[in-house]
Design a binder for this molecule. Structure first.
Ligand code: DGL
Length: 269
């Protein structure tokens, strides 16, 4: 059995390309369609109701492309609107929260896990609840790090300013003696080095996108939904604003050339 329909991935903007990067690593033969809602990014500072409305529209964009599965790359959407996507979709839906929380539970020995993310993700307590559900003996400590998103997009991944900001954000977590930290935002894998240095290499860093790509690979295998073709896979990128910045910044997030980026019509206000 072979299923050549694309994997659909959506995000609030550019960040989800880190999840596409992980998917291409674990599933190198899959066709992928990506939609980034660049006209309305960021989602992390918006109210859950607004994010839920956007998530419904983002889902419809992917469903129009006859995808075989929807991967919600955006942590904020996964945290506050996964049920909206699931309700709308006839195909399986995978968010980043459960895979990220499962990987953290496996990594922690002291049962003390930190979570960092956007304000929306942290306020929702989605990771904290998932950790508790998977292992009630795990204690979770969370911290919103809103400045990390613009710093990653700016390319300030090794910058002094980023080091100072990371110290400020992560200090309260070091007091809690965590030994695993969930990078609960699409952008944070780009800041991995700064975060690792700030924590003196003493904390296991969990990339929720990476954990999600592994979960998607397992699911496709189990459901007999993998693409068995060995032709070069097709990666297609759609955005809701003009694609200039997406192309420039996106290649750093994706780790390879993006090729052509298409704009889809703006959403109704
Ligand atoms: N993609 C978002 C997330 O992972 C970060 C950017 C935003 O705030 O929209 O939560």
């Amino acid at each position: 059995m072979s299923d050549s329909r694309p994997i659909g991935v959506f995000d609030s903007g550019i960040g989800g390309l880190t999840v596409v990067r992980a998917l291409t690593h674990h599933l190198p033969h899959e066709n992928i369609i990506y939609f980034g809602d660049t006209a309305r990014v960021p989602y992390g500072s918006k109210s859950p109701q607004v994010v839920r409305d956007y998530a419904a529209q983002d889902t419809d964009v992917l469903l129009q492309h006859k995808v075989k599965i929807i991967v919600v790359a955006c942590n904020t959407v996964s945290a506050v609107a996964l049920d909206v996507v699931q309700k709308r979709s006839r195909v399986p839906v995978v968010g980043v929260i459960i895979p990220g929380a499962e990987a953290a539970v496996q990594a922690t020995k002291k049962k003390r896990v930190g979570v960092i993310g956007t304000v929306g993700t942290i306020k929702s307590d989605a990771y904290v609840n998932a950790l508790r559900q998977i292992d009630p003996s795990v204690q979770a400590f969370s911290q919103a790090c809103p400045l990390f998103v613009p710093l990653a997009e700016e390319g300030w991944t090794e910058h002094k300013a980023t080091e100072l900001i990371a110290k400020e954000y992560l200090f309260p977590l070091t007091l809690e003696k965590i030994d695993a930290l969930i990078l609960g935002c699409t952008h944070y894998p780009l800041l991995r080095n700064v975060i690792d240095n700030t924590l003196h290499h003493a904390v296991a860093l969990i990339d929720s996108g990476e954990a999600t790509a592994q979960a998607v690979a397992v699911l496709l295998e189990e459901q007999g939904m993998k693409n068995m073709s060995r032709l070069k896979p097709n990666l297609q990128f759609y955005v809701s604003d003009v694609p200039h910045k997406f192309t420039d910044v996106g290649e750093r997030f994706l780790g390879q050339r993006l090729g052509k980026v298409h704009r889809v019509p703006a959403f109704p206000a």
